[in-house]
Write a protein that binds this ligand. Structure first.
Ligand SMILES: *[C@@H]1O[C@H](CO)[C@@H](O)[C@H](O)[C@H]1NC(C)=O
Ligand SMILES: *[C@@H]1O[C@H](CO)[C@@H](O)[C@H](O)[C@H]1NC(C)=O
Ligand SMILES: *[C@@H]1O[C@H](CO)[C@@H](O)[C@H](O)[C@H]1NC(C)=O
Ligand SMILES: *[C@@H]1O[C@H](CO)[C@@H](O)[C@H](O)[C@H]1NC(C)=O
Length: 357
């Protein structure tokens, strides 16, 4: 855990407590009434997810926000790649079910699962859910530094520590309910869902505030906060780059696959919990193909001067590209006026863009 100091914690802590006191009214009846209708019509839910939706309509709002966060982050991380998360967040809120056991599917599931755990945890801290709030279990307890140095004093738990455990549990309950059959793909998805949540857990961080005469740190309180979701996005992208290929194995006297092992010529090893796993090599995503979940790269903007994935050569798969001129405009010469508004002019320039044939 990293240590960051902030001076805003007190208002944050008070906000948490205030909302906690307000948030004991149970599920608003309007929500409960509408839920059964909304849940039964929501496309793309597995039966157990539909049941979850009906019993926990308040959590569905946070889950939807989490799915959206995951999708947005996926688009950001893959904006320059041939695959740009096209299968995610399209037909339904939770993305169409990916039937291909590729690296891309692995990333999609992990980021979605992390996003849902993240948003539910956040909603808990804001008092938006009926059955969770801040984690106050350690509040007031003293934390001794493990390597006691002369300057380093321990600190006390205070403020609103996020209840990540609850967010992780709901993400598991909801997202894992999608894996109905015991298949190789289901085992892969469950592994990657869990990895997404584990990553959230490892990125939780400590925030502290000093209380003392003129900023001296004679007394320090700390609490657990969520990371910036982007950090998780980058970390999961790294996991995507180093993902390992696995195969599903049947246990003795079992008809269906029961666990995964690394696909290696020899040896018999289970994948590490910290690795993203996939079952099959990815297509090249050059041409559209609904079987492989590829949207193709026709019409994508490419970069003529880049030497990376987004170069016209790479992105267009050698099919060539078309160039057109368009006017790009943005806000500029912005001035701050006391107090408090900003005025800007609009600047524009004519620029060239290239799209794949
Ligand atoms: C909490 O609920 C309010 C009102 O529905 C919403 O505007 C806000 O975004 C929610 N916050 C979180 C962190 O879920
Ligand atoms: C789509 O991909 C599958 C699997 O690689 C392949 O068998 C099929 O021919 C492809 N379809 C088209 C229309 O390219
Ligand atoms: C992703 O690629 C598809 C197909 O090339 C394109 O239509 C879409 O606009 C792209 N999406 C994003 C978010 O860049
Ligand atoms: C194209 O790539 C070059 C080199 O990587 C980069 O400096 C430039 O900003 C990119 N242009 C656009 C429009 O992204």
């Amino acid at each position: 855990m990293r240590l960051t100091l902030s001076s805003l914690d007190l208002s944050h802590a008070c906000f948490c407590i205030g909302l906690l006191l307000l948030g004991d009214g149970g599920v608003p009846s309007v929500l409960a009434l509408g839920a059964s209708i909304i849940c039964s019509r929501m496309p793309g839910l597995a039966p157990r997810q539909r049941a979850f939706c009906q019993t926990r309509p308040d959590a569905m709002v946070a889950i939807g926000m989490g799915a959206h966060m995951g999708t947005e982050e996926c688009h950001f991380q893959f904006q320059h790649s041939r695959w740009n998360c096209t299968a995610l967040g399209e037909r339904t809120l939770f993305g169409q079910e990916l039937k291909v056991g590729s690296r891309e599917t692995a990333f999609s599931y992990a980021i979605l699962s992390a996003g849902i755990a993240y948003a539910v945890t956040n909603a808990c801290s804001y008092g938006n859910l009926t059955d969770c709030g801040c984690d106050y279990s350690k509040r007031g307890h003293y934390h001794e530094e493990e390597e006691e140095e002369e300057e380093e004093q321990g600190w006390r738990w205070g403020g609103c520590s996020v209840n990540a455990e609850h967010g992780i549990r709901l993400s598991r309950e909801f997202l894992d309910a999608r894996e109905v059959k015991r298949s190789a793909l289901a085992l892969m998805n469950l592994h990657n869902n869990e990895l997404g949540r584990k990553m959230l857990e490892t990125f939780l961080r400590l925030e502290c505030k000093c209380h003392g005469v003129s900023g001296s740190c004679t007394m320090k309180t700390c609490w657990v906060t969520l990371p910036i979701f982007r950090e998780l996005g980058f970390a999961l992208k790294e996991k995507y780059n180093t993902a390992v290929m696995v195969e599903a194995v049947r246990g003795r006297r079992q008809l269906q696959p029961t666990f995964l092992r690394l696909k290696l010529p020899q040896g018999y090893q289970k994948p590490a919990e910290t690795d993203l796993v996939f079952l099959e090599a990815s297509p090249n995503f050059c041409e559209a193909n609904s079987t492989t979940g590829s949207a193709g790269t026709q019409g994508r903007l490419c970069n003529r001067t880049s030497s990376h994935e987004d170069s016209c050569e790479m992105l267009c798969c050698g099919r060539g590209y078309s160039t057109f001129r368009y006017t790009r405009s943005w806000q500029c010469h912005c001035k701050f006026h006391w107090c408090c508004h900003v005025t800007c002019s609009t600047c524009s320039e004519s620029t060239l863009a290239h799209t794949c044939n």
